[in-house]
Ligand binder design. Structure first.
Ligand code: SF4
Length: 318
């Protein structure tokens, strides 16, 4: 059963007389208890997709079309007051930069307690007990001591654990983690990934994990969506994707990381660069970089279609 169903989501930016389509016809589903990986290079629309799901797009951006059905309700039809209840309570969010997401003048434990008090209507003592419990759950050995510390007294990895604690403090059914390990070293990254994976495995929680790092998705999650220029180019099962990617862009990404099949050492970069939203080419947005380009690709954009069970691709080769 799907916890979240995003259908034909479109978010655009209106600047002067220009319209930029930051999220263009994106659809995906997240089943209960699963991690869905949203992958792409910087500026491809993955964070904007997450902000659209949370209805946190700021002007001059605006959601112009689509459906975001979460726990049976279309979030795009809720009032702002109803949406505030969903954020933090039913959907938690973990951001890329833990220092800027935490308030430097409040103790970290209080920041967790605060989230619980706002959403769960409980007293200070109960919220504190729950916060200490959460600190333990996210891997702190001395949770009472940590409760009283300030963000600057903690390392980057520890601050990210605090943010994860806040995100799960009200028992959400979905957590959106946006590049949560980008600012961390490799060893800490691996600890945070393990923590997130364990949290999902130990509860009925689902997660959208946003990353530019395909290596992380090799370990984490069951399904993956590849974004480019605001579009979803491919959706696939993680293990199938790493064996047999469908879209030429996915193939390029994998060979730039792991090398060509049978020649693991020869890494091949995708020629060209990601187009700017204001200067998208006609037709398939990947065509200037695609080794398989055909005349039709330059004229008309392909639609995304299902080519196998749970496998979707936006390309004329299929
Ligand atoms: Fe390449 Fe054409 Fe497929 Fe685009 S539609 S990825 S240009 S083959």
């Amino acid at each position: 059963m799907q916890l979240l169903d995003v259908t034909d989501l479109n978010t655009s930016f209106f600047i002067d007389n220009n319209v930029m389509h930051a999220v263009d016809g994106v659809s995906f589903s997240v089943p209960k208890g699963e991690i869905f990986g949203l992958v792409g290079e910087s500026g491809c629309g993955k964070t904007m997709t997450a902000l659209s799901v949370m209805r946190l797009v700021q002007p001059p951006g605006r959601i112009v079309k689509g459906q975001v059905v979460f726990e049976g309700k279309d979030l795009l039809g809720l009032s702002e007051r109803e949406m505030e209840k969903v954020r933090g309570d039913r959907i938690g969010m973990v951001f890329q930069e833990p220092m800027s997401a935490l308030n430097p003048v409040f103790r970290v434990g209080e920041q967790i307690s605060e989230a619980i008090i706002i959403h769960k209507n409980v007293g200070k003592k109960e919220a504190k007990d729950r916060a200490v419990e959460l600190l333990k759950q996210v891997g702190f050995d001395e949770p009472e001591k940590r409760y009283s510390q300030y963000p600057h007294q903690l390392s980057g990895g520890q601050r990210q654990r605090i943010l994860i604690g806040i995100a799960i403090s009200c028992g959400p059914s979905l957590v959106i983690a946006d590049e949560p390990t980008t600012a961390l070293d490799v060893a800490t990254e691996s600890q945070i990934i393990n923590l997130l994976e364990n949290l999902v495995n130990d509860s009925a929680m689902s997660m959208i994990f946003i990353t530019h790092n395909l290596n992380i998705m090799r370990k984490l999650g069951k399904r993956i969506g590849i974004m480019y220029a605001g579009r979803m180019l491919e959706q696939n099962l993680v293990d199938v994707f790493f064996r047999e990617p469908l879209h030429p862009y996915s193939k390029g990404l994998l060979s730039s990381i792991y090398g060509l099949a049978g020649n693991q050492k020869r890494l091949t970069a995708i020629p060209g660069s990601v187009p700017k939203l204001a200067e998208l080419p006609r037709g398939c947005k990947f065509h200037p970089r695609c080794p398989y380009v055909m005349p039709v690709c330059r004229e008309e954009e392909p639609v995304i279609k299902e080519v196998g069970k749970g496998q979707w691709v936006r390309c004329y080769l299929y």
